[in-house]
Design a protein around this ligand. Structure first.
Ligand code: SF4
Length: 463
């Protein structure tokens, strides 16, 4: 969600006359689009801001803006801690950024503007997409759930669904521009339709998007197990473009902890959904998010999580140590888990998932998959070029090929595997309009400028 918002921020700035700073040049503006889901992200912001403070002294026109969930949460305190920040803007008004920068320049004063609710559905804002062949499309923003560990509803507000005609229009326009892969985005995608009182709206949307000619791959994230319905599974199985991949957050394998998290499904229901998905799509890859060390989690509860990981055979799990977010109910729950216990559980869970992922990838050696090439893996010379790509079930493959461009689809036989990726040889390459769109983008902006907009800490330190 934040990555897509960053694409909108880039689009707004380009529309306002800004140009992307090329690698090696010093920018006149740095925008931080922050996340508040974990405490670590909070701490990182102030570290990053302090790297930039000296630049203000050398260049009085240099501006810094902070947006996103942390800005929404901390509002005035950002300016108190870092008075050299020019603009603080919230999650509901990213469209105001160019005007706020202008005002800060004219009035020579920091501008803080946070709105408590959404002004326009963000998709009406211009977008500068990171990829020419793969795009995010928002179908809803906000969330009506109240998971006790989560700060998102407080910062992003209640769910707001976007009319399906607008979604379809955006997807059609993107496909016309050469996009071959679409990921439908929402905090809880299968609640989509709640605003219009339309049950089954998400399954219908999958089918409708799937009919758009030229779309090769359709994905979505993230569903909530509570709202997952059989018709979504049927729509996935029957829609050719819908990829056999489901990313469905588990969070805990213990019913007691799920209840304390206010996640209103139980382990049997979760496993039941997976079983139904595999019945309809035997090759489906399932990925998940898991939190360890939620307040009150006992060794027995944790064992239940390990047990579900063994049963579910996730291709990957994004595992997190519980992070206390002030303002959420879980932050004041008794029996907060000690750091060393949490770290130990995290290590054990990670080790088990690595074994599971390793076994699944090992089983794929000798098999062939259609791989959408995404980018260069790093090794790139006249003789040999190694590219990254994704299988239909979203596993990462390194492919040796001199012919495939990002956006093309290669038929790849897997030769080696590890828990986190596989290696394969391309038997054939299907050039797609996605590859053409990528080539056109490189010609237009140069390959390095495509990355601008996602600065790394190393880049900031080098400024
Ligand atoms: S479903 Fe729960 S975890 Fe996900 S955004 Fe909503 S409240 Fe947060």
């Amino acid at each position: 969600m934040n990555v897509h918002d960053s694409e909108r921020i880039a689009g707004l700035l380009l529309d306002a006359g800004y140009a992307a700073a090329l690698e090696g040049s010093t920018p006149d503006l740095v925008v931080f689009n922050t996340c508040a889901v974990r405490e670590n992200a909070d701490n990182k912001l102030y570290g990053n801001l302090s790297f930039l403070a000296p630049l203000k002294k050398n260049n009085p026109n240099f501006q810094i803006a902070v947006g996103g969930c942390m800005a929404q949460k901390d509002q005035d305190s950002i300016i108190k801690r870092a008075p050299y920040v020019d603009v603080v803007f919230g999650t509901h008004n990213i469209g105001s950024l160019p005007a706020l920068l202008e005002r800060a320049r004219i009035e020579e004063e920091s501008q803080v503007e946070i709105k408590e609710s959404l002004e326009h559905f963000p998709s009406t804002l211009p977008v500068r997409r990171h990829s020419a062949f793969s795009a995010w499309v928002s179908i809803s923003v906000g969330c009506n759930n109240t998971c006790t560990f989560c700060i998102v509803p407080a910062l992003r507000g209640v769910e707001k669904d976007r009319p399906s005609v607008d979604i379809l229009k955006e997807v059609r326009a993107l496909v016309e521009q050469g996009v071959v892969e679409i990921t439908l985005l929402g905090q809880n995608v299968n609640a989509y339709g709640v605003n219009f009182g339309e049950r089954g709206a998400f399954a219908k949307l999958i089918r409708e998007v799937g009919t758009i000619d030229g779309l090769e791959r359709l994905r979505f994230m993230s569903p909530h197990p509570r709202d997952f319905t059989q018709d979504v599974i049927e729509a996935m199985a029957e829609t050719k473009a819908a990829m056999p991949h489901l990313h469905m957050p588990l969070q805990s394998g213990s019913d007691r902890i799920l209840q304390a998290m206010r996640r209103s499904y139980r382990r049997d229901r979760y496993l039941g959904i997976i079983e139904d998905v595999r019945k309809a799509m035997p090759d489906a890859g399932i990925t998940t998010d898991i939190i360890v060390g939620f307040p009150g989690e006992t060794e027995e509860d944790f064992e239940q999580t390990l047990d579900i990981v063994r049963q579910a055979r996730f291709t990957a799990a994004y595992t997190f140590q519980y992070s206390k977010r002030p303002g959420t109910p879980a932050a004041t729950m008794p029996d907060q888990i000690a750091d060393d216990v949490m770290a130990d559980r995290y290590t054990r869970l990670h080790k088990l998932q690595q074994e599971m992922s390793g076994a699944i990838n090992r089983d794929s050696v000798g098999k062939s998959f259609e791989v959408l090439i995404t980018d260069h893996e790093g090794r790139h010379d006249a003789q040999r070029s190694r590219m990254n790509g994704r299988t239909p079930d979203f596993r990462l493959v390194h492919v040796d090929t001199n012919e495939a461009r990002p956006g093309d689809i290669a038929e790849v036989t897997i030769t080696e595997s590890s828990p986190n990726f596989m290696v394969g040889t391309a038997n054939s390459i299907r050039k797609t309009r996605g590859g053409d769109a990528h080539d056109a983008r490189v010609k237009e902006v140069g390959s390095t400028a495509i990355m601008v907009g996602m600065p790394t800490l190393a880049k900031l330190k080098s400024l």
